[in-house]
Design a protein. Structure first.
Length: 272
């Protein structure tokens, strides 16, 4: 769900009202555009809970700010190491290095406890996280108990099968084919066509482009594109002083001729 659609639902009640929000390790104001609309949406919520390791800008608007564990303070299941065929069936249960410090808790523990309090425990293994992990492990034939006894991990009894599409389905006596409606490799996507989307790749001009209506380039003569700086991953890592010193503020790069025409000099602040 795009942040802009969530903002719209909060502020307008369409397609349905959104009155409360629970966010884990997120910063929508920093990670999305239209910050002022996002701020208005967070302020309009009846109840907003933020779970994170850091008090980021979005968390400033929360009614409750709950401390999340770091990865060293919680257990985790690694069901595959998908870097190579040999490591794909390798499964590991990572135990915590230290117990959660202060009042911090793992995200999944908060989710399972909240679901239980809301009467949804039956859908969350009655709050038993290990039971949920064992359910996730069922196809491998392994259990969390076995993995705890082997901290390095264990290999599931999985075998790579090639040309599965050619295997005979005993129920039909025909080759299994691919997991598509036609059981064939689909260049023409029948599921897309059935849902009303273009079944073949097609190019669509951006709204603001040289092919736009004649009045569009006059009102919006510049196109904004985006690239990611190496110091950050979306809105993450901006709390790190070392990285923040390298890129303290967002910046805009533009052609010197365009900047001169707009009366902008290097180092100027731009708010519009």
């Amino acid at each position: 769900m795009q942040a802009y659609n969530v903002y719209h639902a909060i502020l307008t009640g369409q397609p349905y009202p959104v009155k409360a929000m629970l966010l884990f390790g997120s910063d929508p104001l920093l990670g999305n555009g239209d910050t002022l609309r996002g701020k208005a949406a967070l302020e309009a919520l009846d109840f907003y809970v933020h779970v994170d390791m850091f008090a980021n800008p979005s968390a400033a608007f929360a009614d409750l700010l709950l401390p999340a564990c770091t990865s060293w303070e919680r257990e985790a299941l690694m069901p595959t190491f998908s870097t190579a065929e040999d490591t794909t069936p390798w499964i590991q249960f990572r135990q915590s290095v230290v117990q959660p410090l202060h009042e911090s808790r793992p995200d999944v523990e908060i989710i399972f406890d909240l679901a239980t309090r809301l009467g949804l425990g039956a859908h969350f293994f009655d709050g038993n996280i290990e039971a949920a992990m064992n359910y996730h492990l069922t196809p491998s034939g392994l259990t969390v108990r076995q993995l705890r006894a082997h901290p390095v991990g264990l290999r599931a009894a999985a075998r790579t099968r090639y040309q599965k599409y050619a295997e005979i389905n005993p129920q039909t006596g025909q080759p299994r084919g691919f997991q598509t409606p036609t059981r064939k490799v689909e260049i023409y996507a029948t599921r897309f066509a059935g849902a009303g989307y273009a079944p073949l790749p097609m190019f669509q001009e951006p709204i603001a482009s040289p092919a736009s209506p004649p009045d569009m380039p006059q009102e919006y003569p510049l196109l904004l594109t985006f690239f990611r700086v190496v110091q950050f991953c979306d809105e993450q890592h901006r709390h790190s002083p070392r990285l923040r010193r390298q890129v303290p503020q967002p910046f805009l790069e533009m052609h010197s001729t365009t900047a001169t025409t707009c009366g902008i000099q290097d180092g100027d602040g731009i708010d519009k």
